[in-house]
Design a protein around this ligand. Structure first.
Ligand code: GTP
Ligand code: MG
Length: 229
């Protein structure tokens, strides 16, 4: 089964080479492609990937110039992918690439969605202070309570699914709402950011909470989505 690994990036020029080198090592012997979905980063992340792509044709960059954001970048990456399996991974090495072969195995064994999970035996978070720990716990519980999500780590952001399943809806939010029947969870430890700056801000946390509330209204009360165009 061919695997497409999609990584959304914004100003990750210091990390993207490390990520690609690690993926090349771990996926050697697998049929794979690496697709970096970059929001035209001012630090020229996209140019760094183009350079690597000249050496390894399995590596491509999607240079995006509109609709900036992590979610839309992943969706565009999944749409442009050619693998039967598509995976999403952060570029700053916090998502351990060594877990990918186990995730692929789980998918090939019949899972529809495989989520790399911090909150299960064998998983964890490194170097987190009490505030981030509590914030992550709160956001996780909220998603589980409000949406009835069964996943132990719904905010993982490190997951794999069949591209066919994605193409049926072409939307990650809807795909999540379909409550895939065969869920797979693989433990991993969320490491420290390798280099560069975090993009996780209060604004992003607020956007997450308002999106959660909008989904909750839709799922629980079957209200029409007033933000839909
Ligand atoms: N294309 C794109 N990628 C983004 C955007 N914002 C963040 N990313 C990428 O999404 C991934 C996760 O973002 P991070 O800033 O690492 O967020 P985080 O891991 O929750 O926070 P830290 O633990 O502080 O690193 C990284 O690969 C980022 O480069 C965006 O607006 N567009
Ligand atoms: Mg990060």
């Amino acid at each position: 089964m061919k695997l497409s690994v999609i990584s959304p990036t914004y100003n990750e020029s210091e990390n993207v080479g490390l990520l690609i080198a690690e993926l090349e090592k771990i996926l050697a012997g697998t049929d794979y492609e690496i697709l970096i979905s970059d929001d035209n980063s001012p630090d020229l992340t996209w140019a760094r990937v183009e350079e690597i792509g000249r050496r390894n044709p399995r590596v491509r960059v999607l240079r995006r110039t509109s609709n900036r954001g992590l979610g839309p970048s992943v969706v565009d990456g999944f749409n442009a992918a050619s693998g039967e399996a598509v995976a999403c991974i952060d570029a700053d090495m916090q998502h351990d690439p060594a877990v990918l072969p186990r995730m692929l195995n789980e998918l090939m064994n019949g899972s529809n969605l495989v989520v790399a999970t911090r909150y299960m035996p064998g998983g964890g978070t490194a170097n987190w202070g009490i505030i981030r720990r509590f914030g992550s716990w709160g956001c996780t519980k909220l998603a589980q309570w409000l949406l009835g999500v069964k996943l132990r780590d719904p905010m993982s952001g490190y997951f794999m699914m069949r591209r066919d399943d994605f193409l049926k809806v072409r939307d990650l939010e809807i795909a999540a709402q379909m409550h895939p029947c065969n869920l797979g969870e693989i433990p991993y430890t969320f490491g420290p950011r390798a280099l560069g700056e975090s993009k996780l801000s209060k604004k992003i946390v607020f956007a997450y909470l308002s999106q959660l509330w909008r989904l909750c209204r839709k799922v629980r009360f079957r209200r029409p989505d007033s933000s839909a165009g």
